[in-house]
Ligand binder design. Structure first.
Ligand code: GAR
Length: 201
């Protein structure tokens, strides 16, 4: 499967926190039509508003189940004809029903070299394990925790004396470069997926 060739894909971003990766997408000129955030008051909302992007709060506490939340999320995205969904620090798993509506059209950025250190606190996990190299991964999203086909990765060294904040900051420098580059490649139709194998021309 090759991703759509149109240069003007309508991109929706989902985020839960600070939104520095959202900012990187904004700064790279990605055509973001909506930000949906599940955490009221999160900084990503301010970043979207400052860039003139519609910002929607969809608080997961207001929903009885993940399925109900994802149906509401889907409605927000469909309402705005979103074609590509970018997870920029969106700390929730997506349900099968949601993903079925966006086959190979949900992309996540994760702060480790997957499959190492999935889930949360990946820099902390890397330090605890004692790896000398970690990094970031941009991947298609499936129902698992950071398990979908890998599109691109960048390595980051771990230095003696690093703490979690220093390592996470070094990883984020790479995230802010890699994520927009992958989104641009996808939007330009340069990303091809076959099973777990992803090729970027
Ligand atoms: C990023 O480092 C991203 O990789 C991570 O959350 C951070 C959000 O930062 N995502 C995950 O861990 C997903 N499993 P940001 O809000 O500044 O973009």
């Amino acid at each position: 499967m090759t991703t759509a060739g149109a240069r003007d894909l309508r991109v929706g971003v989902l985020a839960s926190g600070s939104g520095s990766n959202l900012q990187a997408l904004i700064d790279a000129g990605v055509q973001i039509v909506v930000l949906v955030c599940n955490v009221p008051g999160a900084k990503c909302l301010d970043r979207a508003k400052a860039a003139g992007i519609e910002a929607v709060v969809l608080d997961h506490h207001a929903f009885a189940s993940r399925e109900a939340y994802d149906l509401a999320l889907l409605a927000e995205l469909k309402k705005r004809q979103v074609q590509l969904v970018c997870l920029a620090g969106f700390m929730r798993l997506l349900t099968a029903k949601f993903l079925a509506e966006f086959t190979h059209a949900v992309i996540n950025v994760h702060p480790s070299l997957l499959p190492a250190f999935p889930g949360i606190h990946s820099a902390r996990q890397a330090l605890a394990y004692g790896v000398k190299l970690t990094g970031c991964t941009v991947h298609f999203v499936d129902e698992g925790t950071d398990t979908g086909p890998i599109i691109a990765q960048a390595a980051v060294p771990v230095f003696d004396g690093d703490d979690e904040a220093r390592l996470q900051a070094r990883i984020q420098v790479e995230e802010h470069r890699l994520f927009p580059a992958v989104v641009a490649a996808y939007v330009q139709g340069r990303v091809t997926v076959q099973g777990r194998k992803v090729t970027t021309r």
